[in-house]
Ligand binder design. Structure first.
Ligand code: SF4
Length: 405
């Protein structure tokens, strides 16, 4: 994901006075060390830009700015560069410490408010000293979007991530591409949609319709077949499809038919990226290998659709998992906007494709799962793993990473 084009990344500007711990906050948010340009006179005045992946939000670009209270001739130049960074900031973190808001922070806050750029006030270093209540009150007079953290305490950094997710402009949460970033104009994309008991009468389901539109918007060629016609389709097509996207339930049959030089994934995995975070879900699936007898698994469905006899959540996924793990597992369910407060009893959460909800809600659930130390994955990834084809199903996404470099 680090190769996502810069313009498409959320730009998080980190502002504040010198020595309030701006770089430490960035390091803790990303779990990586930034190559910091020091404040020593004679070094560059440029804002340090670093493309990073901030789980579970995905690719972001941090703008690590010089102290807004910098001094001297070089300091003035740095402040000038910092002010230029306002122009490319999508979300501002205004970092201060237990000393609270002064004129510098107030000016920063007002600047971003004027520009209608969302900002979060981050009071750092609460491991050294807590801010006095009257100073906190003064900040709260400006904004309720304030959080007290220590860059050394991951629990508080996770709270900050939640605030960031809540504050991110909506357009950065909605990645409009489902699979079209793997396609060029004129490429063939073949969609496999079984028409079984779960299929609604007389229409395709939303993820299928949205994927068709996504392919057409790329001026690629979209073909739709049932899995029973897939073999014949390969026989009659003069040009091989670039990509096959299948319903997860037909994954096994489809993976046996589609030649290995054709990219293959599922609607559910494509939606894991669109509506959640593919990397977090892929990591979460590793927990399947350590499940034990009696472990409880939460299956989370984002809508309250009518359940059928052969339901994917109640029958197909539990059966696949029991067969793969050879363990007696206990399955529990949450539906719609309900999601349990206490997740600590679960060994794994499996989320649906979330076609009826937005990415913000799924990202919040991923953060909740992180907080509770419970791995989280999704339907398509679980099915692909149990069928032994997860690497293949994730391959288009790593190919995409190379292509966008
Ligand atoms: S929101 Fe989830 S459970 Fe409902 S139809 Fe979409 S993928 Fe299925």
């Amino acid at each position: 994901m680090n190769n996502t084009q810069r313009g498409m990344r959320l730009h998080i500007g980190v502002f504040g006075r010198r020595n309030v711990g701006k770089s430490s906050i960035i390091n803790s948010l990303t779990g990586q060390e930034l190559s910091i340009v020091s404040d020593i006179a004679g070094t560059t005045t440029d804002v340090v830009q670093k493309s990073m992946e901030m789980l579970p939000l995905g690719p972001v670009l941090f703008l690590d700015t010089a102290g807004i209270d910098d001094e001297g001739a070089l300091g003035e130049k740095r402040i000038e560069k910092t002010k230029q960074a306002y122009e490319r900031t999508d979300l501002a973190l205004i970092v201060c410490d237990y000393n609270g808001f002064g004129n510098f922070e107030k000016e920063l806050f007002e600047e971003f408010a004027k520009r209608k750029i969302p900002s979060v006030v981050v009071i750092n270093k609460n491991d050294i000293k807590n801010i006095q209540p009257e100073k906190l009150e003064e900040i709260r007079n400006y904004t309720a979007n304030v959080i007290s953290v220590s860059a050394n305490d991951q629990a508080s950094i996770n709270e900050l991530k939640k605030k960031i997710i809540d504050s991110v402009p909506q357009e950065y949460l909605d990645n409009p591409q489902i699979v079209s970033d793997f396609l060029n104009e004129g490429d063939i994309c073949l969609l496999v949609t079984p028409i079984d008991k779960e299929a609604p009468r007389g229409r395709l389901i939303l993820p299928q319709v949205q994927t068709i539109r996504d392919v057409l918007d790329k001026n690629a060629i979209c073909l739709v077949v049932k899995e029973t016609e897939l073999n014949k389709s390969f026989d009659i097509l003069k040009i091989r499809p670039k990509l096959v996207v299948t319903d997860s339930q037909a994954f096994k049959t489809v993976s046996e038919i589609v030649p290995h030089d054709v990219l293959l994934t599922s609607f559910s995995i494509a939606f894991a990226r669109l509506k959640g975070d593919l990397k977090s879900f892929a990591q979460g699936a590793n927990a399947i290998d350590s499940l034990q007898n009696g472990d409880r698994i939460l299956i989370s469905e984002s809508c309250t659709h009518h359940q059928i006899e052969d339901d994917i959540a109640r029958v197909k996924i539990p059966n696949l998992l029991r067969k793969y793990t050879q363990k007696e597992l206990i399955f529990e369910y949450s539906r719609g906007h309900d999601f349990p407060e206490n997740l600590s009893d679960y060994k794994l959460i499996i989320h649906c494709g979330a076609c009826m909800t937005n990415r913000r809600e799924v990202l919040s659930r991923i953060m909740k799962a992180y907080d509770s130390g419970v791995p989280i994955t999704n339907y398509g990834i679980t099915i692909a793993k149990c069928l032994g084809i997860l690497d293949r199903a994730l391959k288009p996404f790593s190919i995409n990473e190379k292509r966008t470099s």
